[in-house]
Design a protein. Structure first.
Length: 163
């Protein structure tokens, strides 16, 4: 068996050669990865792709902001719209049999409890209709038992829906 005696200089040269060989393989692997990424495209077209993506991102961001403004407006308008309707038919003339169950009381309320109570009293020869405004679930006018009942039901409905 022969032993190889290398001088210090030769050992350093062999080590540098090995390092150079490893670096050359790493460079070739990176070049292969870049070629797969570009696949026949140049770096300029890749840069254009990134610019297009950025442009589309900014457009989507602008659209999102406009949708948020629109939805805020819709939420404000919905809060003012009628959210609960309750109706009760009744006979106000139970004692003498006139009117039947043709009379009614209806409450129309927004999410905040604003709206109106519409009621009618029916007798054979006439109909009386009353409208009473409501603010925050209360009316400034005296309410009949039936009107109070529909107001309480409608107000409870909008309060439970708001939760």
């Amino acid at each position: 068996m022969t032993t190889v005696n290398l001088t210090m200089e030769q050992t350093v040269l062999v080590a540098f050669g090995l390092i150079l060989f490893i670096l050359a393989i790493a460079v070739m692997m990176q070049q292969s990865r870049i070629n797969k990424l570009l696949k026949g495209k140049s770096a300029a077209t890749l840069e254009d792709s990134f610019k297009n993506i950025e442009k589309e991102y900014l457009e989507v961001k602008k659209w999102k902001n406009s949708v948020n403004v629109y939805l805020d407006d819709v939420e404000k308008r919905l809060g003012k719209s009628i959210q609960a309707v309750t109706t009760l038919r009744f006979n106000p003339w139970k004692g003498n049999g006139e009117g039947g169950n043709q009379s009614f009381a209806s409450a129309f309320l927004s999410q905040k409890g604003d709206g109106l109570i519409l009621s009618s009293l029916n007798v054979r020869d006439r109909i009386s209709i009353f409208a009473k405004p409501v603010k925050k679930g209360k009316s400034g006018y005296e309410l009949t038992h039936e009107e109070s009942e529909v107001l309480n039901k409608a107000f409870a409905s909008v309060k439970s829906d708001a939760k």
